[in-house]
Design a binder for this molecule. Structure first.
Ligand SMILES: C[S@@+](CC[C@H](N)C(=O)[O-])C[C@H]1O[C@@H](n2cnc3c(N)ncnc32)[C@H](O)[C@@H]1O
Length: 339
């Protein structure tokens, strides 16, 4: 291998020369031999204070930093390193970081480190606030990489195009979407209330033998992405997406469903009467809520009572913890069977 061979006393000078001229092979470590040293080089060029030689041995590879901590060592104090965000969400090629206030001044170098270490990431953003409002959207700020907030997320055999600020999406609930899809029996007709950019309808269509899946979504941007996603996945024969408020769009539908998913954990139960109206006898409703561990059983009891008051008898066939909302608070799905 091509190398600059010099006495140790000239080592620093030679190294600086090679660096300045872009000649130093930085993937390789220098090799010492008694009071001499070899620096691996890219090109045969005369080097002051050194002989340019062809070595018979190969140089040891320089270990590339493989973790964010390694990359940030020296740029962050030990205390700051401890505060690095340990939970991140990857949506398509966008990594979403939660940066603590104490690290705000260093958020850009932190984001650059995450970008460098994760090959599948092309943009790093930070959450600027939590999901809010009727559309459950949130703001994010691009910290590193491509300045885009739109991406294509892949999960459970589907592709989902979405914009992080214009439509709600959580990559963390992918396994719950698959759980629901696996419950669907051949020939079922499924309704997804609050369908967003259509992750539930798509995952169900792709992973079950449902006859047809309907989605209803209020947010016009989410609806537009949903329509595009149905085409993107070539599932237009199996999925119908309706734009509007479930309160107005569902009652006129002249059909009942074998299964209804209600992925709106904050206020979903307000729409339970609608779901009960449209689910077939023996069919299922999947109702989502954010609950403290100790509140899960009382909540199930409360839902049974609400249904009873509305004139329906239901069985809570399963209570599934399908994610964590905050410390001690879970995203819970109640699988309700209409008796
Ligand atoms: C928590 S998000 C879930 C979106 C999607 N199902 C997902 O898992 O990514 C709830 C969605 O319900 C929609 N939404 C809220 N109220 C609605 C209503 N009354 N009718 C239809 N959609 C509604 C919001 O716009 C939002 O997209």
């Amino acid at each position: 291998m091509l190398a600059a061979y010099t006495e140790l006393r000239y080592a620093e000078k030679v190294k600086q020369f090679l660096l300045k001229k872009g000649l130093l092979h930085q993937d390789h470590l220098p090799v010492k031999e008694l009071d001499h040293i070899f620096f691996a080089m890219h090109k045969k060029v005369t080097v002051p204070n050194a002989k340019v030689v062809n070595t018979k041995f190969s140089f040891p590879e320089r270990q590339k930093p493989t973790t964010v901590d390694q990359l940030l060592k020296g740029k962050l104090t030990a205390k700051e390193l401890e505060l690095l965000p340990r939970t991140q969400e990857l949506v398509g090629e966008i990594l979403i970081l939660e940066i603590p206030n104490e690290l705000k001044k260093k958020e850009n170098i932190i984001a650059e480190a995450y970008l460098k270490v994760n090959k599948q990431v092309s943009t790093v953003v930070k959450k600027s606030d939590s999901h809010s409002g009727q559309f459950r959207t949130r703001k994010v700020t691009v910290l590193a990489g491509n300045k885009t907030k739109e991406t294509i997320h892949r999960e459970n055999g589907i592709e989902l195009k979405l914009h992080l600020e214009k439509t709600y999406f959580s990559a963390r609930t992918g396994s719950e979407r698959l759980r629901i899809a696996k419950l669907v029996k051949p020939g079922e007709e499924v309704l997804v209330m609050f369908s967003g950019a259509a992750p539930f309808p798509l995952v169900i269509a792709k992973n079950s033998e449902a006859r047809h899946i309907y989605g209803v979504e209020l947010n016009p941007d989410a609806h537009t992405y949903a329509m595009e996603n149905v085409l993107l996945n070539d599932l237009q024969d199996k999925i119908t997406i309706i734009h509007g408020d479930v309160k107005h769009k569902i009652p006129p539908l002249k059909k009942k469903f074998d299964r209804i998913a209600m992925p709106l954990p904050k206020t979903g139960e307000q729409f339970l009467d609608l779901a009960l109206l449209k689910v077939k006898k023996g069919g299922f409703i999947h109702l989502y809520a954010f609950l403290d561990e100790k509140d899960i059983d009382p909540y199930a009891k409360k839902i049974r009572e609400i249904c009873k008051k509305l004139g329906y008898s239901i069985k809570v066939s399963r209570k599934v913890k399908c994610g964590q909302f905050s410390p001690g608070v879970f995203r819970v799905c109640l699988d309700l069977k209409l008796l």
